[in-house]
Ligand binder design. Structure first.
Ligand code: ZN
Length: 430
């Protein structure tokens, strides 16, 4: 009780004590009157119904999993240590988005967006009446505004490529942005359709491959939404976010998959940070020239194989007979991981559809998988922009030549197989 006393009294009054009763295998007969139906893609937020995944009232839950992606595990540790009140309900006052995004037509198409919940942005506004009834509906999307201070942007200003305009780039060289955090909220029937598999089969594989972590996949076929324990997606917008949906406003966009080694630490074995920074520079320039810029950052480290696999591959590449060459670049990943790439780009455009995007005028990406996914989802792409040669670190030439030879987009000549053998990276001890 000592801990409960420290909680906000209003909050304690509203929420019932969390039960310590554990259900080891739940069943579909555990349906309650309080559980609201979800009609994915419905015409109004009320008809769609909120995704309720909070744990303060088990009877109201209508989704598998819990909020905050991989941080659910840290939250559990914090609760276990007694530092985190498990009954806490967020006070959402003043947390709303500074810009009113949506709704866009894509929000009402159950097939366009299946891996995020557009109504997870400011649910306190969309589901006001339900809060009054005591429902604990949590946001899964948040929007805020910020200033960026980036060395590469300073260099671009010094080199005269980017100007200080006092609006997008402030006089102190800060870049103004709107940033958006999007937690994954997966609608399983829509995902199964996009993967072209049976929903039951998808549920079975998700259950098995997570080591049986979510029995509800099997026992609760009535629950169609899952909040997976994975990373979120972050979007940085340059210029007016409300113009992203206007196809007559030029849009420069980069869809970037996380690479901690390069993005954060500046490791030179790949082109990730240089390409990301070039994207930011170009997105800011586009915003200054009457357009809008967008960088979407997906937490898919090491081609969604993870950083441990990635580092093992680096070692295997650098120790192989004949050294690290562009010719064997993809093969080495496949040897270690079982596949050269575990990313499934078909879900990536969901983030773009959230903003109502219909056309990308300049797409910063050389990946055909990304390009095809975007175009097949109904978004037009005018130009594709490769990373400029002068930005490629020397040790990353292996990656870039291998990618070009494998069909990644480039306007430059592609090296024949014999030439790829000559594109060498450092040895492991260099
Ligand atoms: Zn990288």
């Amino acid at each position: 009780m000592g801990k409960a006393k420290r909680l906000n009294l209003d909050v304690v009054k509203k929420s019932k004590p969390r039960s310590s009763h554990m259900i080891l295998a739940s069943h579909s007969n555990l349906k309650y009157r309080e559980t609201l139906p979800i009609q994915w893609g419905a015409k109004t937020p009320q008809a769609r119904g909120p995704v309720v995944a909070s744990l303060t009232d088990a009877k109201a839950r209508n989704a598998i999993g819990a909020h905050s992606g991989s941080y659910t595990v840290y939250r559990a540790l914090s609760i276990a240590s007694g530092k985190f009140p498990s009954l806490h309900r967020p006070d959402l006052k003043n947390t709303q988005s500074p810009v009113k995004l949506g709704p866009f037509p894509q929000w009402f198409d159950p097939t366009k967006i299946v891996t995020l919940d557009p109504w997870g942005l400011d649910p306190a506004i969309h589901f006001k009446a339900l809060y009054a009834q005591g429902y604990d509906i949590r946001p899964s999307i948040a929007v805020t505004q910020a200033h960026l201070q980036i060395p590469e942007i300073e260099q671009a200003i010094d080199a005269g490529r980017l100007k200080v305009d006092g609006k997008i780039v402030r006089s102190n060289r800060d870049v103004r942005v709107t940033k958006v955090a999007i937690e994954p909220v997966w609608y399983l029937p829509g995902m199964a359709a996009r993967l072209k598999v049976d929903e039951g089969e998808l549920r079975k594989i998700l259950f098995q491959e997570t080591g049986g972590m979510y029995p509800d996949f099997i026992t609760r076929p009535d629950l169609k939404v899952w909040l997976p324990p994975i990373g979120s997606t972050t979007v940085y917008i340059f210029g007016n976010p409300l113009e992203l949906c206007d196809k007559s406003v030029p849009l420069t966009a980069r869809v970037h998959d996380e690479c901690n080694g390069s993005d954060v630490f500046g490791s030179d074995i790949c082109t990730c940070r240089p390409y990301l920074m070039y994207g930011i520079e170009d997105a800011a320039r586009q915003a200054q020239n009457g357009g809008v810029g967008l960088i979407a950052y997906y937490r898919k480290e090491g081609r969604a194989l993870g950083e441990v696999t990635k580092f093992l591959v680096y070692n295997a590449r650098k120790r192989q007979e004949g050294g690290d060459t562009a010719e064997t670049y993809f093969h080495r990943t496949e040897c270690v991981a079982g596949t050269e790439d575990a990313r499934f780009q078909e879900f990536m455009p969901d983030t773009l559809h959230f903003f109502g995007i219909q056309k990308i005028h300049n797409l910063h990406s050389m990946s055909n998988m990304k390009y095809d996914a975007i175009v097949n989802s109904g978004i037009a792409v005018e130009n594709r922009i490769s990373i400029p040669e002068e930005l490629i670190p020397k040790d990353a030439m292996v990656e870039i030549e291998a990618k070009k030879a494998a069909g990644y987009f480039t306007r430059k000549p592609v090296k024949p197989r014999e030439e790829l053998k000559k594109v060498r990276g450092r040895r492991i001890d260099e």
